[in-house]
Design a protein around this ligand. Structure first.
Ligand SMILES: C[S@@+](CC[C@H](N)C(=O)[O-])C[C@H]1O[C@@H](n2cnc3c(N)ncnc32)[C@H](O)[C@@H]1O
Length: 239
């Protein structure tokens, strides 16, 4: 009978170094930050806003997705300091529009400053309030071509319902943090955010109008946080 040998500490350390090396190389090649993106992170840090933005590679992925679906209108739920918003808005044509929802007025103000520094104020708007209050007001702006969900995880299932309401066939719905270090796969999920992510994953799999995939996102950016081992779900809305 063969016995399963678990990696020792030395092997785990080497694996972590390799992951960090790969992430760094990919980021340098595919998702190099410019002054605006760095400025968004620095502005947030100076204001003691938590560094819970997406990674540069995720930002590049969002931009590629926006371009590949020919997005002219994008909705984001959860602006923070405008970091993901810049990546998204840069995937829009000049007359395109990003609407980003943010509950925290301080975050919203920083996001607006980031969009202004990026020369994107015309294209990127921040609306302040709880997303579930703001979403019904967006019906006149719908349909959106791409919707990025990245706010409080417990409301992800409701955000998905709204995203589908505000979509058209072909709309991409992307959600960050759907794995939560694997806690979203535990039965029952051990906390509220894992439960929200688990319910979201179930819904995108079962919904008759969605074709979906979820990908692991392993970064070395936030070593001790959930975001270092999380995931991104991408769904496309069908007829
Ligand atoms: C993970 S951060 C967003 C990161 C951002 N998308 C980025 O990558 O640059 C989540 C944001 O959602 C906001 N948020 C939390 N609950 C919310 C709610 N109910 N409605 C709107 N925004 C909310 C938080 O204040 C925070 O700024």
């Amino acid at each position: 009978m063969s016995s399963l040998s678990l990696p020792d500490d030395e092997q785990l350390r080497k694996d972590a170094q390799t992951r960090a090396f790969i992430n760094r190389e990919l980021q340098t090649r595919f998702a190099l930050e410019d002054e605006v993106l760095r400025g968004s992170r620095e502005r947030a840090q100076a204001e003691n806003v938590p560094a819970i933005q997406i990674s540069p590679l995720q930002g590049r992925l969002l931009q590629v997705l926006a371009l590949s679906c020919g997005a002219r209108s994008i909705l984001e739920i959860g602006a923070l300091a405008g970091y993901s918003g810049v990546w998204l808005a840069r995937g829009l044509p000049r007359n395109g529009k990003l609407i980003s929802l943010e509950v925290d007025p301080k975050h919203a103000e920083i996001a607006r400053a980031t969009f202004a520094a990026a020369g994107l104020s015309e294209r990127a708007e921040v609306r302040v309030g709880p997303a579930l209050t703001l979403l019904p007001t967006l019906v006149p702006n719908a349909p959106f071509d791409l919707i990025f969900i990245d706010a409080d995880k417990s409301n992800y299932p409701q955000y998905l319902d709204w995203a589908i309401n505000l979509s058209h066939p072909g709309t991409l719905i992307v959600a960050d943090n759907v794995i939560r270090r694997g806690r979203a796969f535990q039965t029952p999920p051990p906390d509220e955010s894992a439960a929200g992510a688990a319910a979201y994953n179930r819904k995108i799999l079962e919904h008759p109008r969605l074709t979906s995939v979820a990908l692991p996102i392993v970064t070395d950016a936030f070593e001790d946080s959930d975001s270092s081992m999380d995931g991104l779900a991408i769904s496309v809305v069908r007829e």
